[in-house]
Design a protein around this ligand. Structure first.
Ligand SMILES: [Zn+2]
Ligand SMILES: [Zn+2]
Length: 273
């Protein structure tokens, strides 16, 4: 599957979702249950995208030793459900600097249909810290690792994201301003601050320049009323001709389509608004 195939699918009337999590990482059900839920929801294309292995212990990420089993499970499910839904083997690959990310040989050599590049971890003096979890855990980490310096953490997130886009090796950038969720709970209004907007816009500049597909992630639309990226950036993405796919980032079978219809009500299949 190439970027052209992804674009053809989102440009069609086919129902798709390219971002989901199951038993190999922090998803709540196994791939077969998720596949059946996707079929029941009328999906014609479904991408599995477990959180990639990382070189340290992380409860949310898959083990490198499970990758082969994961890939063969996709093949097994294709054999059973392939006449009802097109299934794809992907991965949401964490970027951890020059030595770990979609651009590195290990990930480049995996037989994946497409790759999502995402930042969930930022560096600290004591190693990489997951800043993507619940706000409760974010607050604890802000105190423990970053002396509650939210601007520093936001800077780290966008600099990691820009370095990831520069390095390349992936097709879709996942939830490109995800830090905005926890950051704005930590400091309400932070996403309206000029320096913050500049960071998002700098990242978007790079996404445009590198011609990467941007994801509209709908995972927290129902719970928190927001998309990633924030709706305020969609017009700019659309005007620049950025290709956008709408993904639910489902971790639960009842959420395979959660928030997607709300996004499509705003976004036409040709990515205009
Ligand atoms: Zn993610
Ligand atoms: Zn995800």
């Amino acid at each position: 599957m190439t970027d052209t195939d992804i674009i053809a699918i989102y440009g069609s009337t086919d129902k798709y979702n390219f971002h989901s999590h199951t038993q190999f990482c922090d998803g709540r059900v196994d791939m077969e249950v998720m596949t059946r839920a996707a079929i029941d929801a009328g999906m014609q294309h479904w991408g599995f995208s477990p959180h990639s292995p990382v070189p340290f212990e992380s409860p949310c990420n898959m083990y490198a030793g499970d990758v082969e089993t994961y890939l063969s499970e996709v093949e097994r499910l294709k054999g059973i459900y392939g006449d009802r839904i097109s299934l794809y083997a992907s991965m949401e690959i964490d970027y951890l600097g020059d030595n770990w990310g979609a651009a590195t040989p290990y990930f480049r050599n995996l037989p994946l249909d497409y790759r999502i590049g995402s930042v969930h971890f930022v560096p600290s003096d004591k190693g990489y810290v997951d800043v993507d979890g619940s706000f409760e855990s974010f607050k604890v980490k802000m105190a423990e690792y970053f002396s509650n310096d939210i601007r520093h953490v936001v800077n780290l997130f966008y600099h990691q994201s820009m370095a990831m886009v520069e390095a390349g090796g992936f097709d879709i950038i996942g939830h490109l301003d995800k830090i905005g969720h926890n950051a704005s709970l930590f400091r309400p209004g932070i996403e309206d601050e000029d320096w913050y907007c500049r960071l998002v816009n700098d990242l978007i500049d790079l996404v445009i320049e590198k011609d990467i597909i941007a994801e509209i992630n709908t995972k927290t639309y129902v719970s928190a009323g927001r998309f990633f990226p924030s709706l305020r950036y969609w017009q700019r993405l659309a005007d620049a001709g950025v290709k956008m796919v709408v993904n639910s980032d489902a971790h639960y079978p009842e959420r395979v389509n959660l928030g997607r219809d709300a996004a499509f009500a705003l976004l036409k299949t040709d990515n205009s608004l």
